[in-house]
Design a protein around this ligand. Structure first.
Ligand SMILES: [Zn+2]
Length: 229
């Protein structure tokens, strides 16, 4: 008899335990639905130039812009992916995006970049470049956006404010830039000139791991600020 009562008690306790577990699980799920995971954004990271088109070249070290653009793009890709952002790259190696048969290779590669942006259904485009100017004293990192693209301007301002916080050489304001990559989409798109390869000091700086990391970190913070994450 005692054994039967004990068994009943165990059964009652088991049911109470099960109900409690279900209750806790329901509570956890309810909390999760309130704090739903952040939506997944797709951003296109565009490393400028590539292949025969090396872009600007550093006078002291002969480093090619196309190579540096790729290093920054890969670093930014890793940071954004680690944060759960879906990243599509226009290029992940040193090859050009143009068709070898194309008469106008520049036009062919820009069309290819546009195609990748459209195919990815990108929520945002970040193009990476290094600046160059005949006046060797010109320096600083600067962000450009397409004329009339309000969301692009807002993104450019977000990234600029993060660059200003983290980098000594950041230019104070974002600027309108007439670039194909910015004009080919209505989505927020920016072109980041990370610094001047024509400036001997910045040529060295642009190749340092620390600078690359700080620059990409600032760009990512600007992206997150734009999305209010
Ligand atoms: Zn360039």
């Amino acid at each position: 008899m005692f054994c039967l009562i004990l068994k009943k008690r165990v059964l009652v306790l088991s049911i109470v335990g099960l109900l409690l577990a279900v209750g806790i699980l329901a509570g956890v799920l309810a909390v999760k639905s309130v704090y739903s995971p952040k939506p997944t954004y797709t951003i296109v990271i565009d490393a400028g130039h590539g292949g025969e088109d090396g872009g600007a070249v550093g006078k002291t070290t002969n480093v090619k812009e196309s190579y540096l653009n790729l290093q920054y793009a890969l670093c930014l890709q890793k940071m954004c992916s680690d944060f759960g952002i879906n990243v599509v790259m226009t290029r992940s190696d040193m090859n050009g995006l143009y068709s070898n048969a194309a008469k106008n290779k520049k036009k062919s590669e820009m069309k290819k970049r546009e195609e990748i942006i459209k195919k990815a259904n990108a929520d945002m485009v970040i193009s990476i470049h290094m600046n160059s100017f005949p006046l060797r004293s010109s320096k600083g990192a600067q962000v450009f956006y397409g004329k009339g693209n309000k969301s692009g301007q807002f993104l450019a301002e977000s990234v600029t404010s993060m660059l200003s916080q983290n980098m000594d050489n950041a230019r104070e304001s974002a600027k309108v830039g007439d670039y194909y990559i910015l004009n080919c989409t209505k989505k927020p798109a920016i072109l980041v000139e990370c610094g001047f390869l024509s400036n001997p000091e910045e040529e060295k700086l642009l190749q340092s791991e620390e600078y690359i990391h700080s620059m990409c970190y600032s760009i990512m913070c600007g992206i997150l600020m734009y999305y209010e994450v």
